[in-house]
Design a protein around this ligand. Structure first.
Ligand code: GCU
Length: 354
């Protein structure tokens, strides 16, 4: 009798003895049921740095709570647009999310100050601000809006891209229809540059460009590449007009269910996952630029003189959105160090933001 036939015969005999019920004894102990199973909304693809950061967050939380808290990351925007997600979180329908600051700022306008155009000289400048007292102050401002701010994620710098022509000067963008996030401030910024702003959900950008509803959009390299926008908009101009950080947030309704000890664990894990995401971000930014250019993207680096013209054109937006927060703007600029060198300081004083 073959080994397999013998095993089958033993099983059949056991079934006969137990009246048809075969008791199985697994070597591994039965997994403890989690006390909480939470949802986490993410609108990027599975392999995107923010999604991988979210997965790291979930793993760390599960590990440090001995499996009592399980967080299920739902990527690719399956839980809805960022606006829907924020609203659902405000009444407890979704537990956690990573969202773009521009979307949160629609609910908490004070946050706009952190994403103003041409505000940061570079990534290090933004991180000095977010890792310091200003970043903490704005994470705290999220509380009181039925949300809790946990940590900052990187989303690099945003640039313009389009399907019509290279943008090398202000005149090139004038008259173009540019997709913007569903953000009043972003729409005003694009209009101040002489283009027409078309607020559109992230998932619809590709088809809007393809169908000619808009001429282009603006985003960081990883989004441009991950969403395949390079297939429909091959002219990409590096002007770094905004750095819009991302925030990991928790619904206050969920937060209230947690013990002080679990809250502490969640904060720590959010912070650790953020450091992990930042590292992935830097790698992905370079990789995305490489992939896009390999597929034919034509890159224009805006000259310093033109960049200054772009900066001057959007100064009015500062007054409208941060008129009462110019002290914070000054503190952010002071963190820049190199601001004066690239002419940013001059723009702020020359144009008179007051
Ligand atoms: C970035 C950000 C997304 C956002 C998107 C947009 O890719 O990570 O959260 O939805 O910008 O332009 O809408």
């Amino acid at each position: 009798m073959s080994k397999r036939a013998k095993a089958a015969a033993v099983l059949l005999a056991a079934a006969a003895v137990t009246g048809g019920i075969v008791a199985w004894h697994c070597a591994a102990p039965r997994q403890k049921e989690p006390e909480f199973v939470f949802s986490y909304a993410e609108n990027q693809t599975e392999d995107y740095p923010t999604t991988l950061g979210a997965q790291k967050f979930a793993e760390l939380v599960e590990e440090r709570t001995d499996g009592r808290i399980r967080i299920l990351v739902q990527a690719e925007g399956v839980m809805g647009t960022e606006h829907d997600v924020i609203e659902q979180m405000q009444y407890g329908g979704i537990d956690f999310a990573r969202v773009s600051l521009s979307q949160l700022a629609e609910y908490i306008p004070e946050l706009n100050v952190l994403q103003m155009p041409y505000l940061y000289t570079d990534s290090a400048h933004m991180w000095r601000v977010l890792d310091g007292g200003i970043g903490d102050m704005f994470l705290e401002k999220v509380s009181g809006n039925e949300l809790v701010g946990l940590s900052w994620y990187d989303a690099g710098a945003r640039n313009f891209y389009n399907s019509r022509q290279p943008i090398s000067c202000l005149e090139d963008i004038e008259g173009m229809k540019i997709r913007v996030q569903e953000s009043e401030m972003m729409a005003d910024m694009v209009e101040a540059l002489g283009a027409t702003a078309v607020p559109t959900g992230y998932a619809d950008v590709y088809s809007s460009i393809e169908r000619g509803i808009v001429d282009g959009a603006e985003n960081n390299w990883p989004s441009y590449e991950a969403m395949s926008h390079y297939e429909v908009a091959q002219y990409y101009t590096v002007d770094e007009h905004t750095r819009v950080p991302e925030m990991q947030i928790c619904s206050e309704h969920t937060w209230e269910k947690l013990s002080e000890e679990d809250r502490q664990i969640i904060r720590e894990c959010a912070w650790e996952s953020a450091l992990y995401e930042r590292k992935l971000w830097t790698e992905r930014e370079a990789e995305s630029r490489r992939i896009a250019t390999e597929h034919g993207t034509q890159v224009v680096e805006l000259s310093p003189e033109e960049k200054k013209r772009f900066q001057n054109a959007v100064m009015g937006v500062y007054e409208k959105y941060c008129g009462d927060q110019m002290d914070v703007i000054e503190r952010i600029i002071d963190e820049g160090g190199a601001a004066e060198e690239n002419g940013q300081q001059e723009v702020f004083t020359e144009e008179g933001t007051e």
